[in-house]
Design a protein around this ligand. Sequence first.
Ligand code: DAH
Length: 371
Amino acid sequence: MSETLSPLDEAGIRGAVAEAQTAFTAATTHEELKAARAAHIGDSAPITLANAQIRHLEKKDKPTAGKLLGAARKEIMAAFNAATERVDAAELERALATETVDVTVPVSAAPRGARHPLTTLANDIEDFFISMGWDIAEGPEIEHEWFNFDSLNFGPDHPARQMQDTFYVQGVETVGAKEGHGEPGAPTSSLEETEHLVLRTHTSPVQSRSLLSRGVPLYIACPGKVFRTDALDATHTPVFHQVEALAVDEGLTMAHLKGTLDHFARTMFGPDAKTRLRPSYFPFTEPSAEMDLWFPQKAGGPGWIEWGGCGMVNPAVLANNGIDPTRYTGFAFGMGIERTLMLRNSIADMRDMVEGDVRFSTQFGTTGRGI
Ligand code: DAH
């Protein structure tokens, strides 16, 4: 501003008002409005500077100047407020136009699906063992009877071998006996003969395969599918999943077994979970135990419930698989993955797990992992 406007210069003041009105009317954005506001209302605007001069006037002139500048300021503010309203409305209009959502556009009706909760749980179980430095092992679902029973110290007349418990397989060319193939005691031919094949009734044959193929020290877990001749009902299914755990090393005791089980229970069922052992019998462990789990969220209230089987690896199993039982000891345990899921999520009916209804999967299957 070259020359300060006099507070008594009526024409000059009118001119400043007109300039301000023109500037505000011309502004179409908040930016422009801000610049016009600084020029015509701010500290160095002509009207503001003129106002500051009033105190230098003679006393008689002060009211006139005050009135003139007061009226001018009022007009300028009115122009600014009107412009602000206009710009606000225009910006809103613009936003509404550019950000509209067309609710009539058809959406994709295909459901995204979900991981099955058994898959999610099996992954969590694998993570648990991997976090302890153990390996994940595998074995075939069509298994040789020797691995499923003999190598694990089941006698020839053990009731589990009977047809009413075990699916025997006929007419299969070969079996994927990749682990342990050709080892002492194991079937040595390429198994052209299709006798003695079963759908594995448990994941324990992976104990034998891993001992033969990997040797000791050995720390492995194997989640996998198993088969029994049960009819499908709320608590049985002919196809289900187990996880097998096996540790063989020098100096392993039942204390290591108990510590591992408690750690597993706490990881799966929360920090207050614990386990206890009850004497039992399995051909492949000695001593053997049923393992009970205690956890606070159990359906029906906190309490004990059977979770799986366990024990110290029977020296006969070590010997059957080429390991010196005078030097090595081991512990093993196994449990159902369906059962673990049922306990953890209070699921009453096993059939929900095999029906493939995505509503079941989304309810339990996606926790923590996404799809
Ligand atoms: N194989 C047993 C079953 O199917 C479960 C089991 C029990 C596995 C004791 C083990 C064990 O490793 O030590 O019922």
